[in-house]
Design a protein around this ligand. Structure first.
Ligand SMILES: Cc1ncc(COP(=O)(O)O)c(C=O)c1O
Length: 394
């Protein structure tokens, strides 16, 4: 039987293997939370990894001015020079490091910086190590680009950090081409000490493993300052974003610092893949550096929220927590209550109105015993969450 033209088209228009990435389970939680809210339930949103606070007014005003001026077009692929210069100043002021603007690329959030980095650094088939638990898009982007992901399981013993020994052991089994780490990390909120970060950068370089540092949660640390991998070496790729500390998730704006040797490749890739980051968002990002007073107030709110949860959770039975050095997450071990955190999250939402993210988004194995609570909301919500959990878990 001959197939119709439509039949042939339908048969070939199917997703590729690399296009079939796993969904974020958190999206299912968000859908269920929206449904519960529509039905009149009071929901505390602790599932989303973004600031509840709006983008500071001064940033929005800078964007409004640019809008009324009307010049919203393509920019240079690596970004407007004023913003790249301002980012360079940020490294000089915050870390005492001189970064030539030729090594700075403005990107559409850190998400597009990952794509540029992986394409510039890795051939298909390259083996790239990431920590588990970790941010799920690392794996999904790497695999979509034809790389092989090597999970390095981390535990509380190393504060969920990859150590030089762990990296060497994995490299000895089969050669690694790269490693990507985040500090502060998502979902655990843990940070590497400056010594641990330095040791890992040096160990990776000695083994010929390319080092990528996701520093998106920089600015959000509670116990120690954030250190960049650039303090150890300029031969690393550093990825950062205006999404978290600067409360600009929806503006899709971030940046990366690359070694001289990669700058031209990243520029040509950016020209072809994205042309440029949105000009409006670049103007807004430039203004973000003047919004420190407002941003520090928002951060003080996170610090208060963190205190409420770290004091309150153990009293209601969630006592297996990490210190939460940075970011705005508490990753709680719920193995006392369940071996299925997906079911736990579903019931918690239905019975208490608290929406949080089940661990398998971040760790396919151990994640079944963990829940990530985001504390990027208000302190009153955090207090209410502790109260509701106390009543529910007793
Ligand atoms: C660790 C980490 N890296 C990167 C991202 C992506 O952020 P964006 O593309 O908004 O910069 C996120 C978002 O939640 C994250 O948690």
């Amino acid at each position: 039987m001959t197939m119709t033209r439509e039949g042939i088209a339908r048969q070939i228009l199917t997703p590729t293997r690399r296009g079939s990435v796993a969904p974020f389970l958190v999206m299912d939680v968000m859908t269920a939370a929206a449904k519960a809210e529509a039905e009149g339930q009071s929901v505390i949103h602790m599932e989303v990894g973004q600031p509840a606070a709006p983008t500071p007014l001064s940033i929005r005003q800078a964007a409004a001015q640019a809008l009324s001026d009307g010049q919203i077009g393509y920019t240079l692929a690596l970004g407007i020079p004023e913003l790249r210069q301002r980012i360079a100043r940020h490294y000089a002021e915050t870390h005492g490091i001189e970064v030539p603007i030729g090594r700075i690329a403005v990107t559409m959030g850190s998400s597009s910086a990952f794509i540029l980095t992986f394409l510039a650094l890795f051939e298909t088939g390259a083996r790239v190590a990431i920590a588990s638990p970790g941010y799920p898009a690392y794996k999904n982007i790497l695999e979509a680009l034809g790389c092989e992901v090597v999970f390095i399981e981390t535990t509380v013993a190393t504060r969920y950090a990859v150590t030089p020994d762990m990296l060497a052991a994995e490299h000895a089994k089969k050669k690694l081409d790269g490693i990507l780490i985040a500090s502060p990390a998502n979902p655990t909120g843990t940070m590497m000490t400056p010594e641990a970060l330095k040791a890992l950068v040096e160990a990776a370089q000695a083994m010929g493993i390319r080092f990528i540092s996701d520093e998106i949660y920089h600015g959000l640390s509670y116990e120690m300052p954030c250190h960049t991998a650039l303090e150890t070496s300029e031969d690393v790729v550093v990825i950062n974003s205006f999404s978290k500390y600067y409360c600009m998730t929806g503006w899709r704006i971030g940046w990366m610092i690359v070694p001289e040797s990669l700058a031209r490749s990243v520029e040509c890739l950016a020209q072809n893949l994205f042309i440029s980051a949105p000009q409006l968002s670049q103007v807004a990002a430039l203004a973000a550096y003047e919004a420190t007073a407002e941003l520090e107030v928002i951060k003080a709110g996170y610090a208060a929220n963190r205190r409420v949860l770290l004091d309150g959770f153990p009293k209601v039975g969630l006592d297996r927590l990490l210190p939460v050095d940075g970011a705005f997450y508490v990753y709680a071990d719920v193995s006392r209550y369940t071996n299925d955190s997906l079911d736990f999250a579903r019931r918690m939402l239905a019975e208490t109105g608290i929406a949080a993210t089940p661990g398998p988004d971040f760790d396919p194995y151990g994640g079944l015993q963990a829940i990530r609570f985001s504390f990027a909301g208000s302190t009153a919500e955090m207090e209410e969450a502790v109260r509701r959990l106390g009543a529910w878990l007793k």
